[in-house]
Ligand binder design. Structure first.
Ligand code: ATR
Length: 279
């Protein structure tokens, strides 16, 4: 589609940003809905984030996504912050309002839950959940689980101080467990989520004995490169329901697209195939 003066513009700021799949997925939706819009990757150095964000209203942008390393710093720059982003301490979506104000949200929370609801019919939110890792993604996931009614989150992380900090900020029933106990805490859990970088391309595999996990449990890895992580392969072999990490990426994008372009898009097999094709 030709870009004109009327074209709505959104994009993603990161440093680096070239690996991002967001231009591909928003581009798919723009074409699917015939919207006069575009979505561009913007490599923004950390020291330039404030200048770049503050320029958005003057440049006529509808908004932006933020990725590493800008998600936390952006909180201090924007005008309004949603309760979810405030609680998590990180922003992934900014909308430029008509009055030029920058409104910040974190759509990883709803993206995580929407992905489970779409791809894991067996998932029961009222069962205890095990979350591995205590970084930014784990924060969003814990907020999502608590808001969905999860009665107990067993949070397992290599660095106990990070577990304590997360539990303090997020609230809810979060029980910290030592990394060595990650095999035992699976007993009675309805959901296991890996939010660590283990299993990602170029990283060591996650070593985890799934024996204690009940047969009805759902296993979700938020790592999506590779799509089938060693953890998911192991869970599939045990006959457990598995959900890969690409779905969360696709679902977190939908509310942002709706806020900028005015149409709520759907996460479909065609979208997945397009993003996986790398085009
Ligand atoms: P994100 O923002 O995507 O959540 P992050 O904040 O860098 O990313 O978090 C990465 C998570 O992977 C952390 O919980 C980290 O554990 P620490 O808090 O101990 O650093 C976890 N992680 C990374 N490498 C690990 C390893 N070799 N063993 C166990 N956990 C690991």
């Amino acid at each position: 589609m030709t870009i004109t003066g009327k074209t709505k513009v959104a994009g993603i700021m990161g440093w680096p940003v070239s690996h991002s799949k967001s231009p591909s997925l928003h581009g798919f939706w723009l074409r699917e809905h015939g919207i006069d819009g575009t979505y561009i990757p913007m490599p923004v150095k950390p020291e330039n984030l404030k200048t770049a964000l503050r320029a958005l209203p003057a440049l006529g942008f509808a908004g932006v996504n933020l990725t590493v390393p800008h998600k936390e710093e952006a909180l201090r720059i924007v005008d309004d912050v949603s309760p979810a982003a405030q609680r998590i301490g990180a922003v992934n979506t900014i909308v430029v309002r008509d009055n030029g104000h920058l409104t910040a949200d974190n759509t990883d929370v709803t993206g995580f839950i929407a992905n489970l609801r779409q791809n894991a019919a067996a998932w029961d939110a009222k069962m205890p959940a095990v979350v591995l890792g205590a970084g930014g993604a784990a924060r969003a996931i814990c907020v999502g689980l608590i808001d969905a009614g999860c009665p107990e989150i067993r949070l397992v992380n290599r660095t106990p101080e990070k577990t304590k900090a997360l539990a303090k900020v997020i609230g809810g029933n979060i029980q910290g467990a030592a990394w060595e106990r990650r095999h035992d805490v699976l007993a009675g859990a309805g959901l296991l989520v890996n939010t660590t970088t283990l299993g990602m391309e170029g990283q060591p595999a996650l070593e985890l004995d799934l024996a204690a996990l009940p047969a009805y449990a759902v296993v979700n890895d938020i790592v999506y490169a590779p799509l089938e992580t060693p953890l998911l392969a192991q869970a599939r072999q045990r006959g457990l329901a598995v959900v890969d990490g690409l779905g969360m990426l696709l679902h977190q994008a939908a509310p942002a697209f709706a806020a900028w372009f005015g149409v709520m898009p759907h996460v479909t097999p065609a979208l997945r195939a397009h993003v996986l094709s790398g085009s």
